[in-house]
Design a protein around this ligand. Structure first.
Ligand code: NAD
Ligand code: UGA
Length: 301
C-alpha cells in the first residue's frame, strides 16, 4: 500500500512498483491521477478506519503528509495532525493487523543546520522548522512501534533530500524556476541564493523506496540523496543555460526554517539498501524541463 499515492513522489512510486509487477493499493485524499493503473482508494487518513485497508497488505510506504517547510510556522496543528497523528493511526492499525514492513518518508530537514560536510544518520538531528519537527516525530514513532516487544514490524525511515523531476510540487524551487524561465516571469530567491541543496531525481528516489521495501534486515534510518550539492543561484544559472533563456531574479528575505546547506552521506544507504543515485543533475533537469514544456503544449500541438 502506498499512502500519498496521488502526490508527486507517490505517482512515480506507484508507476515504478507497477512496472515491477507488484500489486499496489494507492491511498490519498485526492483521486487517482489520470492514466495511473492499479487500485486506488480515496480516503482521509486522519479519520478513515485504516485496518480494512491493510487486509492482505505485506508492506506500506507512507508518503502522505503536509510537505512544505516554510508554511509550517502558520499551520502547526495541521502539520501535527497530518504528519504525526496520521502516522500513529497507521502504526496502530498495522500493529492490530500484523503489518511487517513500513517504509516512511522522512526528510533531510530533520538535520537542521549541521557543521559543513555530508549529513550522516548518526548525527543528532536538530530540526529548525515546525515541519521538520513533525517529520522527526513521525520517524521516531515508526521506530518506536517497531521496537515494541512482540512487534513483527520493521520500519525504514528514508530521509529524502530535496526531490525534483516531472510533476514536482509547484511550490518547490526547481518547478518554480522552470516555469518562470519559460514564461519570462521573476523567480523569487529567499535570501542571497547561497543556500545549497542536495537535489535528488524522483526516479532515483523511488528506486530507493523500492529497495527499502525489499531489503531484509532491521529497522533503520537511511538518507536518500546524491552526495552532491549546488546553490540556489547555481541551479538558476544551470536551468537558464539548459533552457537557453535568461532568468530574472527578485531577492526576498531569507525564510525562517530554511536550512543553509544539505548534502547526504550516502554510505549507509549504499550498504544497507544497495542504493546509489544514478541520474546526474543535468540529465534530471532535462527530463524535468521537457515535462514542463510538454504540459504547456496546447492540445493537438
Ligand atoms: P505531495 O504533497 O505531492 O504528496 C503528498 C500526498 O499526500 C498528497 O497527494 C496528499 O493529498 C496526500 N495526503 C496528505 N494528507 C493526507 C491524508 N490525511 N489522507 C490521505 N492522503 C493525504 O508531497 P511529495 O513531495 O510527494 O512528498 C511525499 C512525502 O515525502 C511527504 O511525506 C514529504 O514530507 C516527504 N518528503 C518530500 C520531499 C520532496 O523533496 N518532495 C523531501 C523530503 C521528504
Ligand atoms: C523540500 C521539500 O519541500 C520538503 O518536503 C523536504 O522535506 C525538503 O525538501 C528536504 O530536503 O527534506 P526545500 O529544500 O525547502 O524542501 O525545497 P525547495 O522548495 O525546492 O527549496 C529549495 C531552496 O530554494 C530553499 O532554500 C528555498 O528557500 C529556496 N526557494 C524556494 C527560493 O529561493 N524561492 C522559491 O520560490 C522556492
Amino acid at each position: 500500500m502506498v499512502t500519498g499515492a496521488a502526490g508527486f513522489i507517490g505517482r512515480h512510486l506507484v508507476e515504478h512498483l507497477g512496472n515491477r509487477g507488484q500489486t499496489v493499493i494507492g491511498v490519498d485524499l485526492r483521486p487517482q491521477p489520470a492514466g495511473a493503473a492499479g487500485r486506488h482508494v480515496v480516503a482521509d487518513l486522519r479519520t478513515t478506519d485504516i485496518r480494512p485497508l491493510l487486509d492482505g497488505v505485506s508492506s506500506v510506504v507512507h508518503l502522505a503528509a503536509l510537505p512544505g517547510v516554510r508554511p509550517s510556522w502558520d499551520r502547526f496543528d495541521d502539520y501535527v495532525e497530518s504528519n504525526v497523528i496520521v502516522t500513529r493511526r497507521l502504526l496502530e492499525a498495522g500493529a492490530q493487523t500484523g503489518l511487517r514492513r513500513l517504509v516512511i518518508a522522512s526528510s533531510s530537514s530533520v538535520y537542521g543546520n549541521q557543521p559543513d560536510g555530508a549529513m550522516n544518520e548518526d548525527q543528532p538531528p536538530a530540526p529548525i522548522s515546525p515541519y521538520a519537527v513533525t517529520k522527526l516525530a513521525a520517524e521516531h514513532l515508526a521506530l518506536a512501534y517497531a521496537a515494541r516487544p512482540a512487534s513483527v514490524l520493521t520500519s525504514v525511515a528514508l530521509r529524502f533530500f530535496t526531490v525534483y523531476g516531472p510533476r514536482q510540487r509547484p511550490d518547490m524551487l526547481i518547478s518554480r524556476i522552470i516555469s518562470a524561465v519559460r514564461d519570462g516571469r521573476e523567480i523569487r530567491v529567499f535570501g542571497d541564493g547561497s543556500q545549497r541543496r542536495d537535489f535528488v531525481f524522483v526516479k532515483d528516489a523511488v528506486r530507493a523506496v523500492a529497495a527499502a521495501v525489499d531489503a531484509p534486515g532491521p529497522s533503520r534510518v537511511c538518507n536518500v540523496g546524491t552526495g552532491e550539492q549546488i546553490s540556489v543561484t547555481g541551479i538558476i544559472d544551470l536551468i537558464s543555460e539548459l533552457m537557453g533563456r535568461p532568468a530574472n531574479v527578485r531577492v526576498e528575505p531569507h525564510r525562517a526554517g530554511d536550512v543553509v546547506s544539505t548534502r547526504a552521506d550516502v554510505t549507509r544507504t549504499a550498504e544497507a539498501l544497495g542504493f546509489r543515485a544514478s541520474v546526474s543533475l543535468r540529465e534530471g533537469l532535462r527530463a524535468h524541463i521537457d515535462a514542463v514544456r510538454s504540459e504547456s503544449m496546447p492540445v493537438g500541438a
